[in-house]
Design a protein around this ligand. Structure first.
Ligand code: AMP
Length: 420
């Protein structure tokens, strides 16, 4: 092991690439802020039962992928593998649902942890921005969330993504379907583990990525043919609202997703430039989750978008984000007096919002100008003793190489005007 190697399945975000991550997080959050979602932050770990009960005892996330551990005090905790259960737990703990203003709309941004087999687009620590609307059953809320995610991706410049949509039914119709599907799966030639899954969580088998399994699933009963009238009407309304909003989607009768808490609306955002890890985001309605974790009935809907994969999707489409430059102006002092004066100018420029850096460490002109170049700054501000005696600084255009003296007492305005 190399002493500087990050753990398997993790990676560091470093400049300049880290700027794109920040921009993606900001862009995903922007539509949520304009739609009444408030920011929520929860701990990176929770009691392990929250996820066992919430996400589901039969899911891969809980059985295989959770970073679970006992503390020295004997408490069983787990690093959060997803955000929804935690956010709902936090809302219940704070009684947000009793404040009389349902739905409670929350958004979050953070790191999540799953012990998965790492590959491109799949990590053991990854970053999501998510949104949850808690405590209301209204197809407009499901549509709102899908529209907001669509807006977020579009605002980033993403085009080659698709929205897959399905309904998983509710506690009335899903059990009937579940039985029909189980009957079908029992007749197939499946390995033991898959047969076991068919008994515990048959819908998950539909999600099996293996071609030989998918071949056998042709002709499997589909939930859409089993939806009760209420679920059917609800789903049609979601579809109609999306269509009216001009948001294109594809009906995907086999979309089930890997978490047990979903009911009715489920959706996934997939990007075609990403290979096997094509899901950039997903979500759905989870009307039973609150009761599963011991709370009151609170029908809710939400999504989480993967920041890592969104960045990969942008790369795949060749979209370069317009991130503000790290350094607009680089100050190069020549001599002690110039150092003091220029340092003051740097502080004033920064106060005015101009991204400014300074040549530290007493470098000579040549070394300092090399750093100015590497910083990507548009202008260098150079000052020596003779300049100061004349009350000026030299403003050098790093693109053209041209240099002109500017009055020291007007330098902030001059630089701002030059950059505008
Ligand atoms: P999920 O909670 O599984 O529905 O995931 C929601 C989104 O989070 C996915 O669409 C991915 O973009 C992202 N995501 C989930 N797991 C990982 C992972 N192991 N590595 C990177 N991104 C992930």
């Amino acid at each position: 092991m190399n002493a500087f190697q990050a753990p398997k399945g993790t990676y560091d975000l470093l400049p300049p690439d880290s700027a794109a991550f920040l921009a993606v997080r900001t862009a995903i959050a922007a539509p949520l802020r304009t739609a009444g979602y408030g920011y929520v932050e929860t701990p990176a770990f929770e009691h392990v039962e929250l996820f066992a009960r919430g996400v589901g005892e039969s899911t891969d996330i809980v059985t295989k992928e959770m970073y679970a551990f006992s503390t020295k005090g004997g408490t069983d905790l787990a690093l959060r593998p997803e955000g929804t259960a935690s956010v709902l737990r936090a809302a219940l703990e704070a009684n947000l649902h009793k404040a009389g203003n349902l739905p409670v709309k929350l958004w979050y941004s953070g790191s999540y942890y799953r012990y998965e087999r790492p590959q491109k687009g799949r990590y053991r620590q990854f970053s999501q921005v998510g949104a949850e609307a808690i405590g209301a059953e209204d197809p407009a809320l499901d549509a709102e969330l899908i529209i907001l995610a669509d807006q977020a991706y579009r605002s980033l410049g993403l085009r080659e993504f698709r929205i897959l949509l399905n309904s998983l039914g509710d506690k009335e119709c899903r059990p009937v379907y579940r039985e029909a599907l189980q009957g079908f799966l029992r007749g197939l030639d499946l390995d033991e583990e898959t047969l076991r899954r068919a008994e515990i969580n048959p819908l998950r088998v539909l999600d099996d990525k293996r071609a030989d399994v998918q071949k056998q699933l042709v002709g499997a009963p589909l939930l859409r043919d089993y939806l009760c009238d209420a679920c059917k009407a609800y789903h049609e309304e979601v579809r109609a609202l999306l269509t009216a909003a001009g948001v294109a989607f594809e009906d995907d009768a086999k979309l089930v997703r890997g978490l047990d808490y979903y009911t009715r609306t489920t959706f996934e955002f997939v990007h075609d430039g990403l290979g096997s890890q094509s899901a950039v985001g997903g979500g759905g309605r989870y009307d039973g989750l609150s009761e599963m974790i011991g709370g009151p009935a609170l029908p809710s809907v939400g999504w989480a978008l993967g920041v890592d994969r969104t960045v990969l999707a942008l790369e795949a489409e060749g979209v370069v984000l317009d991130v503000p430059s790290a350094t607009d102006v680089y100050a190069v002092p020549l001599g002690e007096e110039a150092r003091r004066v220029l340092f003051g100018v740097v502080t004033r420029l920064r106060e005015e919002g101009v991204a400014t850096d300074f040549s530290y460490g007493g470098k000579g002109l040549k070394g300092a100008m090399k750093n100015a170049n590497r910083s990507g700054a548009r202008y260098a501000l150079v000052a020596g003793e003779r300049d100061l005696a004349e009350g000026v600084l030299q403003l050098k255009d790093m693109e053209s190489g041209e240099q002109r003296p500017v009055a020291l007492d007007a330098v902030v305005e001059t630089v701002k005007a030059a950059l505008a």
